[in-house]
Structures are given as C-alpha cells and as structure tokens.
Design a protein around this ligand. Structure first.
Ligand code: PLP
Length: 458
C-alpha cells in the first residue's frame, strides 16, 4: 500500500489536516493558520518529516518511546498476535495468553507489594480507575465516608474527567467546571518557581507538610488517597527538593490513607529504576502505568494494585463495576511484552542509571551557564531548562508567560530537535536508547537553540 505521504505533497496534507482533524491540546484556529508538521517516519531517536527533514525526538514521542522508534521485533510480535487472536475481551470470565503473560511479567517487575494489575488503554483511563477503585476500596473496608482524593497543583494525571480533576492544571479546570467534587489540591514542590526565600530543603518540607495540613483540615476519616507523580512531568519536570519525599513518607506512614504514585511518565526506566517510586524509596498502594509499558507502539495502560488494595477485590465478595472494551487487548499486550523483552535484554533501565543518564545529565546541566537559563535540572533521562529574562534572578519571569518558551520550542524544531515547552521552560525526555554521540548532538542542538532564541529576544 502506498503511504499517503507519498501521494500528497506536504501542502496538500496540511490542508487536509486543517480541514478534518482536531488535534489534542491545540488552539485549532492558530494551528490551521500555521499548518501542522507532518511526521512520516521514525527510526531510533530520529523522526523524518514529509519534507525529508531529520529531527531528533528529544521527547520520546510523548514521554513514551523508551526503546526508540521502528523496532521490527515489536511489529512482528503484534503481527503474530493479530494472526492468532486479534481481539477478545476479558469481561465475562474469559482471558487469553498475552494478558496473562503481561500481568505475571508486571507482577515480577514491580515492587513486592504489587501482584495484580487492571488493564486499560491509557494513563487517563488508569487514573479514572484510581478514582473509582479507591472509593470502592474504602466502601469495602466499611469506611464509605473516606472519599476525598488529594492531588497537587500543576500535577498532571490525564484529560478525562477524573484525570483532569485529580490533576492540578488550572487552565484545564477552567473549562467545564472541574474538578469534580471530592478532589482537593495542595502545593507542588516547585522550588525554582515558588520557593520564595526558603532554601530548597526548607521549601521541600513546607510543601510536604501541606499534605499533613490538608488531611487535618478535611479530616483523616474523610480522605481516601493522595495522588502524585514522583517527578511531575507535564507540569514542567518538577524535581522535588531532597527533603520532600522523605517528609511525605513520614506523613503517609502516620495516616490511614492510600498513596497513589502516578508512574505514567516515571515508570519503565525513565529515572534509572523500573518505577519512579523506587528511585525515591516510596511505597505506594496503587501505581497507574502507561506510555513506556509499550513504548507507545500500541496504546496500553494499567493500574498496578498492591495486595492491600487487592484484598478488597480478591478476598471480599462483590463486583467492581468497572472495565473497558480494550482492557488487556491481546495485540497491545503482545506489544508491551516485546517492548519489555527489549528493555530487559538491552538493560535499558541500568543504562539510564549508570551510563547514558549520568552522561547526558552532566552535559545538560552545563547548559545552566547559558545567559538565558536560570536552572538546568535532570534526573535519569528527564530534564528541564528554566528560561529567565534576568540571569541569577529566579523571581523575575518573562511577561506573557509561555511566549518565550513557545518561541524556543519552534526554533528548536527548526534546528532539528524536539523539545517541549512548559510555560517558559524547555523539557526533554529522550528515548532510553540514546547513544553518547546522540546525547552530544542533543546538547549541541539545545545550545544552538538557546543562542538563537537569545538573539531573537534582543
Ligand atoms: N499521568 C501522567 C503522569 C501523565 O504524564 C499522563 C500523560 O502525559 C497521563 C497520566 C495521561 O496519560 P494518557 O495521555 O495516556 O491518557
């Protein structure tokens, strides 16, 4: 079959896209005035567009392509599975080999308290499952008044009703009267932007104790759970001060509430551990997963369920009225299994911890010297550059937040590197297969982009 990109020139594709396709998280009118970029091919960490330009995928798609693009092995595994059993559901007392194999694999890979998984197709669906399951759990435990879920401002947990509500993105809440009732938000551990006069560690303790205060304010008997990303991704790669997670752990150990670590970005090696919770020594009760589970080859997500929470399902009578047509889709499970095979065989998680992680971190952090950069931070293979108008003054932000970030993002793409802009910070989260040479190229392209942006602002 001939690819559409081979039939139509770029301009015609753009016109068709503008005429018929509504993009996620997009000002459609503005996009259609500019025209979209058309990606036609990808291999390893490199994308090719419809004009033949090569662009480095510094974001691993959307934080998901751990093993890089174009792995024939995954395509073959999906093809084989589709030939055997393209689809069957897991609802009415049925199951199938790939979903069983993946569930067992995840139980082995994850921390010891996790032995069960509920499957879905995305991180948002995983967090909808969180919303419903924590309430079901407390109902089963005879404490139905424990309903409130505490999230964090600027956290991101997806864009369905539950995902948007659990997340703390004010712009998203502003559309459609969200959050839904029963969700509350506390401060995020974003020292660079919100730390005021406090040292990072003082601020980390302060931000953690906001959880304690919220539990006391609402009443522990009414709080069902706290949800947080180990490192906030979409919020701008917010790496908490070192004091933050130990203090949250102390608070959680004293309180009878569930802890949900959203591993949709941090899971599957991003921080050099299989799960971000392991990097920070956290012991969650629930872990939503997606993205890196299949490296984005096919859509699959899930909720890892600890033995404590699973007891409400497996030891107690009652049906949990929840499920999706594509829960445990066989072809998606096959893609995830093949992806995990590659990750284990190529030791990608260890690579992030001991090799490419430290290699890129050192070079990325050196960009902190650039006159446009207020802070360069990175853990594992996820990092950010805070762009500032006045070097050395983190209190002063650009006027019209986001304008400089968007400019820098567009320049970066033109220079051949995908970076994402969050407000006025630049984000990268490259595939875990990035080579040393590619890491050098990434940093050189980022530096050139900073120079070009700086020149344009003068
Ligand atoms: N949770 C986190 C931490 C995420 O970063 C995302 C997406 O970026 C989601 C949930 C939602 O995942 P999805 O877009 O697959 O619904």
């Amino acid at each position: 079959m001939t690819a559409v990109s081979n039939i139509y020139p770029t301009a015609a594709l753009r016109a068709l896209d503008a005429a018929h396709h509504i993009h996620p998280f997009t000002d459609t009118k503005m996009l259609n005035a500019e025209g979209s970029r058309i990606i036609t091919h990808a291999e390893g960490v490199w994308l090719t567009d419809s004009d033949g330009n090569r662009i480095m995928d510094g974001m691993a798609g959307l934080w998901c392509s751990q093993v890089g693009h174009g792995r024939q092995e995954i395509a073959d595994a999906v093809h084989r599975q589709m030939s055997d059993l393209s689809y069957y559901n897991t609802f009415f007392k049925t199951t199938h080999p790939p979903v069983i194999a993946l569930a067992e694999r995840l139980a082995k890979l994850s921390p010891p308290q996790f032995n069960r998984v509920f499957f879905c197709s995305s991180g948002s669906e995983a967090n909808d499952t969180v919303f419903r399951l924590v309430r079901y759990y407390w109902d089963q435990m005879g404490k139905p008044e424990k309903k409130v879920i505490i999230g964090r401002w600027n956290g991101y947990h997806g864009s369905t009703l539950a995902g948007t509500s659990l997340g703390g993105m004010k712009a998203m809440h502003g559309q459609g009267d969200l959050p839904v009732p029963g969700v509350t938000h506390i401060a995020q551990p974003y020292w660079f932007g919100e730390g005021g006069d406090m040292s990072p560690d003082e601020f980390g303790i302060w931000a953690a104790q906001e959880l304690e205060k919220a539990i006391d304010r609402i009443g522990e008997d009414k709080v069902a759970a706290f949800i947080a990303e180990p490192i906030q991704g979409a919020g701008g790669v917010i790496i908490p001060p070192e004091s933050y997670w130990p203090e949250v752990r102390r608070i959680l150990s004293e309180r009878d509430i569930l802890f949900v670590a959203d591993e949709v970005i941090c899971g599957f090696g991003r921080l050099g551990t299989w799960f971000g919770s392991q990097y920070f020594g956290l012991e969650p009760d629930l872990m939503p997963i997606a993205k890196g589970l299949s490296s984005g080859y096919l859509p699959i997500g899930g909720l890892l369920i600890s033995d404590k929470v699973a007891s409400a399902l497996v030891d107690m009578p009652g049906e949990f009225y929840h499920g999706y047509t594509y829960s445990g889709h066989p072809a998606c499970c096959a893609a995830a299994l093949a992806n995990l095979d590659i990750m284990e065989r190529e030791k990608l998680v260890e690579r992030v911890a001991d090799d490419i992680g430290p290699y890129l971190q050192a070079r990325w952090k050196a960009l902190g010297e650039h006159p446009l950069v207020g802070e360069a931070r990175m853990t594992g293979l996820v990092g950010a550059l805070e762009l500032v108008p006045e070097k050395g003054n983190r209190r002063k932000a650009f006027d019209n937040t986001g304008t400089v970030g968007t400019l820098c993002r567009d320049i970066s793409f033109r220079n051949g590197l995908v970076m994402r802009a969050v407000r006025d910070s630049m984000i990268i989260s490259p595939p875990l297969v990035l080579s040393h040479d590619e890491a050098d190229q990434l940093v050189a392209l980022a530096r050139k982009t900073l120079d070009d942006t700086h020149a344009e602002l003068k």
